[in-house]
Design a protein around this ligand. Structure first.
Ligand code: SF4
Length: 317
């Protein structure tokens, strides 16, 4: 930390932020919950990138993961169920200078919020979306979610789930104007950090599905992937997720995938054994909605009032 301070000041910056500047209290998630690892990764990225805390906004809907904004010492908005994405888009539309992080769950995003999910991808605003996928409604104590696997017994399916789960990566890759899709796991901090850092650097909406452990309600869901890393296929490419060479020692099962190839990404998304992690797709040439809304923000107040009055005049009867 001391070295960082010296480097930072030597480069002419007036001050630097420590990890503590982003920590907003003790998280009230269950012990062992994967949400804790994601929170730490985001706080470290904020620190590494020296993002001013007052320029960061964490936005969420409803669910366990949606307590995320409470644990960031930044601005935050804990919204309504399924509505994290429209709130985040609204924030970004009016304040393009802010760094917007979205914490949403498999229920929040893929069920009640699914309509917003499709259109947020299409609008491609410059925000980072983290889908915490624990494959269950944890906050309301174990109801089936859209991503719950076949056979899982839940409060809503005591005899076991009979429909196949929704695949969030496959779905997102099918939406119009998709620009960044990646997958990672909460139990490998290096891959998690590298993936979220790449997502944050991306210009446009970055969508990251995080396989998130819920020791309380889906305790054994990811056991096989954790115990046998060859069940995971780490995607590699010069334009993919960079990272520590140590990753290669954990995930020995690797495959080269060019993230500019949407067709190949869609085929990969169907694969579950071994399960691909890394960058599926990236295209920074996609139109970004906030580029257009920002134009209006640069108008002087008189011009804005004139434009507003002109529009209102159209409704005169
Ligand atoms: Fe985490 Fe599951 Fe506990 Fe929710 S119920 S806080 S997802 S471990």
């Amino acid at each position: 930390m001391h070295e960082l301070n010296e480097d930072w000041e030597a480069n002419g910056h007036p001050s630097h932020h420590t990890l503590e500047d982003y920590e907003g209290g003790v998280a009230r998630w269950c012990p062992g919950c994967g949400d804790l690892a994601v929170l730490t990764a985001v706080q470290r990225i904020c620190r590494d990138e020296q993002l001013p805390p007052e320029k960061v906004v964490a936005v969420s809907g409803i669910g366990c993961a949606s307590r995320f904004p409470h644990y960031m010492a930044t601005y935050g908005f804990h919204g309504l169920h399924g509505r994290a994405l429209p709130v985040a888009c609204g924030v970004k539309a009016r304040r393009p200078d802010l760094d917007v992080w979205v914490a949403t769950g498999d229920g929040d995003c893929c069920s009640i919020g699914a309509g917003h999910w499709i259109h947020a991808i299409r609008y491609n605003m410059n925000i980072t979306v983290m889908l915490f996928d624990n494959q269950i409604y944890g906050l309301t104590k174990k109801q089936s979610s859209p991503t719950s696997p076949i056979g899982l017994t839940t409060n809503t399916h005591p005899e076991g789930i009979f429909l196949p789960p929704l695949n969030p990566i496959q779905a997102t890759l099918g939406f119009t104007n998709v620009s960044f899709v990646a997958q990672t796991v909460d139990w490998n901090p290096l891959h998690l950090h590298a993936t979220l850092a790449a997502a944050h650097r991306h210009r446009g909406l970055s969508f990251v599905r995080i396989l998130q452990r819920c020791p309380t309600y889906t305790a054994n869901l990811y056991d096989e992937l954790q115990k046998d890393p060859t069940k995971v296929l780490m995607l590699t490419h010069e334009n993919g997720i960079g990272g520590d060479p140590a990753l290669g020692r954990v995930f020995t099962n690797q495959g080269v995938h060019d993230p500019s190839d949407l067709r190949a990404a869609r085929i990969l998304a169907e694969q579950i054994d071994p399960l691909p992690i890394g960058l599926f797709f990236q295209d920074e040439s996609c139109p970004i909605y906030d580029d257009f809304t920002n134009e209006g923000l640069a108008m002087p107040i008189e011009a804005r009032m004139e434009a507003l009055n002109r529009e209102l005049d159209r409704f005169l009867v």
